[in-house]
Ligand binder design. Structure first.
Ligand code: ADE
Ligand code: ZN
Length: 346
């Protein structure tokens, strides 16, 4: 099963690129850029990754992002994530970035975008890993600031597939950003939103109805509203679930309490993702493996989840089909080899 989880072709749909900044690279960039981190060492920093809720994580995450100054810094961070993703057989990834975290510190929008974009282009050519970029609005900031950020992005819309909504959820309902998302859709951007991570099911309804979000990021609290579950199942709205993140941020006390398997069994279109892998103790494969170990996800479950992710991506129909064909072939080959190795066990 370990080999199956490692080798199965995957798509990742919920990864914040700033959340992939490993402590070692953070220290390296801090030294290069003459920025003093309030931690003595990598070990000291890692010890601080002991979160009580979403906000306690965000405070450290925004602090960490301050070491990023130049286009090359953004390139290096993105390249490191893509390398890891490719090693874990991710074939396609849809990456969030938070421009406001950087423009608020005087970094140019273009610097952020070009560094990330160049790494994505290189990974396409060198690692065979395709990607889409999703620009997130920080929901703890105002809708007016969100609108300014969208305007900054318009000249670069060929490099950005969609927009999303992240940061502090409680007290910042999705409908606050209705006009920003309306304009984004008019400009051809796809739409997603974090909802139902810490916030109530009502925020998921708002993300769907006010923002017309095509996917919900997290969405684990949907199970508290039977009518919402019925809707999500009927429409097969993709939910980008991040199990290790949910445990680290105390949405669930431990992985055993996580409702992923329940969501899968309800017929929801769930996917598995890493969210902020440098902070939450694992990349996509670690998330798959942990759920397998604790909830007994079997071959069929994993196949289904991998299919869901390609189907839920913002690739074209033809590109999705190419990935689904590769996935089907991988699974049939694997089953054939299993039969050859132990013909009486099937
Ligand atoms: N930004 C980075 N990770 C996030 C998360 N899990 N929820 C909301 N905003 C985020
Ligand atoms: Zn997230």
């Amino acid at each position: 099963m370990k080999a199956f989880i490692h080798n199965i072709p995957k798509a990742e749909l919920h990864i914040h690129i700033e959340g992939s900044l490993e402590p070692e690279l953070m220290f390296e960039l801090a030294a290069k850029n003459n920025i003093r981190l309030p931690f003595e060492s990598v070990a000291d920093l890692r010890r601080a990754y002991n979160f009580t809720d979403l906000q306690s994580f965000l405070d450290i995450y925004y602090q960490g992002a301050q070491v990023l100054l130049t286009e090359d810094d953004f390139y290096q961070m993105t390249r490191a994530y893509l390398q890891k993703a490719a090693e874990q057989n991710v074939r396609h990834t849809e990456i969030f970035f938070d421009p406001q975290t950087h423009t608020a510190r005087g970094i140019k929008f273009e610097t952020v975008l070009q560094g990330i974009h160049r790494a994505l282009l290189d990974a396409g050519q060198q690692l065979g890993l395709s990607s889409n970029l999703i620009m997130c609005f920080l929901r703890h900031l105002s809708a007016e600031e969100g609108m300014k950020t969208l305007e900054q992005a318009l000249p670069f819309k060929d490099c950005i597939a969609g927009v999303g909504l992240d940061s502090t959820e409680l007290g910042h309902p999705p409908e606050k950003f209705k006009h920003v998302f309306d304009l984004a859709r008019q400009n051809g951007f796809k739409t997603v939103a974090h909802a139902g991570e810490e916030g109530p099911p009502e925020y998921i309804w708002q993300a769907l109805k006010s923002l017309k979000a095509e996917r919900i990021d997290h969405g684990v609290r949907c199970v508290e509203d039977a009518r919402l579950v019925e809707y999500l199942v009927k429409e097969q709205v993709p939910l980008t679930v991040c199990p290790l993140s949910n445990v680290k941020l105390r949405i669930f006390d431990n992985l055993r309490q996580h409702n992923f398997k329940q969501m899968l069994n309800l017929g929801l279109c769930v996917t598995i993702n890493s969210d902020d892998p440098a902070y939450f103790g694992g990349y996509i494969e670690d998330n798959f493996r942990a759920l397998h170990e604790v909830h007994g996800l079997d071959f069929q479950d994993i196949y289904k989840i991998a299919r869901n992710a390609f189907k839920a991506s913002f690739l074209t129909l033809a590109e999705k089909q190419k990935h689904l064909d590769e996935l089907d072939e991988f699974v049939s080959d694997f089953a054939r080899r299993q039969m050859q190795d132990s013909p009486h066990s099937a």
